[in-house]
Design a protein around this ligand. Structure first.
Ligand SMILES: [Zn+2]
Length: 232
C-alpha cells in the first residue's frame, strides 16, 4: 500500500488545529461541535444591523452625560448572553474574535469614527484569577477589524462591589472615581483624541461614565462607547 504524503499545513493553521484538538469548541447557541459561534447563531449579534446611529438608546437613564454616543450589537439575552458568559467565566477567550468583529461592524455601520479604542478594565485581582481581561480581548479584536489602535489606557484604582449586588443609586456611587489613567504614556495618547471605550455589556452606563470622566480629565477630545450587549 503506497504511503500518502501528508499535505503541508501552514504553522498558523496547524497551531489552530492543535488548539482545537485540545479544546474542541462548541457553539454557545446550539452546541454545534467544532464551531466557536456558528453562522446561524452569529445572527443574534446582527439584530441591530440596519438601525441608524442614535436610534432610541433605550437605557433606563438618559445617555451617561460624559459619553457622547453608546452603540451595542444586541440585547443581553440568549446566545449573546451565553457567549459572553463563556468568554468571561469559562475561559473561552477565542470568542473575543467573533464578538469583537460584531462590535466593529456595528461601529462602522453607525458611521462612527474614533482615534483609539480603550477597554474598560476589570479589577487586576479578577484579571489575575481569570488570566485575562475580556474587555482587552474584545477591544483588540474590534480594533483589528476597524484598523484602529487599541490601548489599555485605564486602570481601576479601587475595588468595587459587583454591580449586580447593588441598587441603581448605589451603582453610581460604586464606580465613581474608580478609574484613572494607567500611566503617563497613556495620558499622552489620550490627550486630544476621540476615544472609543469598549466593554462587554452596558447596564446603567455608570461604569462608562466613570471611565469617560477619567479620560476627559486626561484631555480626551470626545469619548464614545461600544459594547457587545445591552442589559435592561
Ligand atoms: Zn450555533
Amino acid at each position: 500500500m503506497p504511503l500518502q504524503t501528508p499535505r503541508p499545513a501552514t504553522s498558523g493553521r496547524l497551531a489552530t488545529r492543535l488548539l482545537d484538538l485540545a479544546l474542541p469548541a462548541t457553539c454557545p447557541g446550539c452546541g454545534a461541535e467544532g464551531e466557536l459561534l456558528c453562522g446561524s447563531c452569529r445572527r443574534a449579534l446582527e439584530v441591530r444591523r440596519g438601525l441608524p446611529p442614535g436610534t432610541p438608546i433605550g437605557l433606563a437613564a438618559p445617555i451617561p452625560i460624559p459619553v457622547v454616543q453608546v452603540e451595542w450589537c444586541a440585547p443581553f439575552c440568549g446566545v449573546v448572553r451565553t457567549a459572553l458568559h463563556r468568554l468571561k467565566y469559562s475561559g473561552e477567550r477565542r470568542l473575543a474574535g467573533p464578538l469583537g468583529e460584531a462590535m466593529a461592524w456595528r461601529w462602522r455601520e453607525a458611521g462612527a469614527g474614533g482615534d483609539l479604542l480603550v477597554p474598560v478594565p476589570v479589577h487586576p485581582k479578577r484579571a489575575r484569577q481569570r488570566g485575562y481581561d475580556q474587555a482587552v480581548l474584545l477591544a483588540a479584536s474590534a480594533a483589528r477589524t476597524l484598523g484602529l489602535p487599541m490601548r489599555p489606557a485605564l486602570a481601576r484604582i479601587r475595588h468595587t462591589v459587583p454591580q449586580f449586588d447593588l441598587g441603581r443609586r448605589a451603582r453610581l456611587g460604586n464606580v465613581c472615581s474608580a478609574f484613572a489613567l494607567s500611566g503617563e504614556n497613556e495620558r499622552a495618547a489620550v490627550a486630544g483624541s476621540w476615544i472609543v471605550l469598549v466593554d462587554d455589556v452596558v447596564t446603567t452606563g455608570s461604569t462608562l461614565a466613570a471611565c469617560a470622566t477619567a479620560l476627559y480629565g486626561a484631555g480626551a477630545a470626545v469619548v464614545s462607547a461600544l459594547t457587545v450587549a445591552r442589559e435592561r
